[in-house]
Design a protein around this ligand. Sequence first.
Ligand SMILES: Cc1cc2nc3c(=O)[nH]c(=O)nc-3n(C[C@H](O)[C@H](O)[C@H](O)COP(=O)(O)O)c2cc1C
Length: 200
Amino acid sequence: MSRSSVLFVVFLASSFILPRVAPATEPSPHIKILVAYHSATGNTEKMAQGVVDGAKGVQGTVVVLKRVGQVTAEDLFSADAVVVGSPVYWSNMAGEVKTFFDNWQLKFGVFPEFKMRDKVGAAFATGGQVAGGKEVTLLTMLAAMLGNQMIVVGGGGAFGASATTEGESPGIDSKELAGARDLGKRVAEIAWMVKRGSAQ
Ligand SMILES: Cc1cc2nc3c(=O)[nH]c(=O)nc-3n(C[C@H](O)[C@H](O)[C@H](O)COP(=O)(O)O)c2cc1C
C-alpha cells in the first residue's frame, strides 16, 4: 500500500473512531427587560438608570434602556418584561408616556392577539410634591399593562418605585434610587420565574 493510501485509510478511520469535536455551545439563556421612560429635567431618567442597575444584577438579564419615543415594535415584542417610567404631570402620567401606551396598538398593533400577554410589567414615577399624584400615575400605567393582560408587579413600593423631587430633598436621593434598583431586581427575578415556568 502506498504512503498516500495509508494516510487516506488513517484519515477515514480517524473520522469515524476519534471523538467528534463538540458542537458550538447553545447561546446561554437570558431574559430581556425593556426600560422605557420620559424625562424632561432628568429625575425620571436617574430612576430609570437605577431600575437598569437593579435588573442587571440578576444573572443572565439583558436590559434595553430607551426613551418612550425611541421604542420600536421589536424592542417591545422581544422583551420578557417592560418597565415604564413617567414624571407626574397634573397628577397623571406625562402625555408622552400615554402616547407610548396608545402606540402599542396604533403603531405596533398589539390587538387582537394580545401580543403583550404574560410579559411582566412594572412602573416608576417621579413627582414634585409628596401627595401630588405619584400613585395615580403608577396605577394608570399599571392599568394600561393590565388591559394588555400583562403580569403586573410592584417593587420599591407597593405600586412601583417613586421619588419626590421638589421641597426638602430635591432631585433623587439614595433611598429613592435604592427603590428603583429594588424594582429592577424584582422585575428580573419574576421574569425569570415566568420564563422557567413556561418552559416546563
Ligand atoms: C407640566 C408639569 C406638570 C406637573 N404636574 C405635577 C403634579 O401634578 N404633581 C407633582 O407632584 N409634580 C408635578 N410636576 C413636577 C414633576 O413631576 C417633577 O418635577 C418630575 O420629577 C419631573 O421629572 P423629570 O425630571 O424626569 O422631567 C409637574 C411638572 C410639569 C412640567
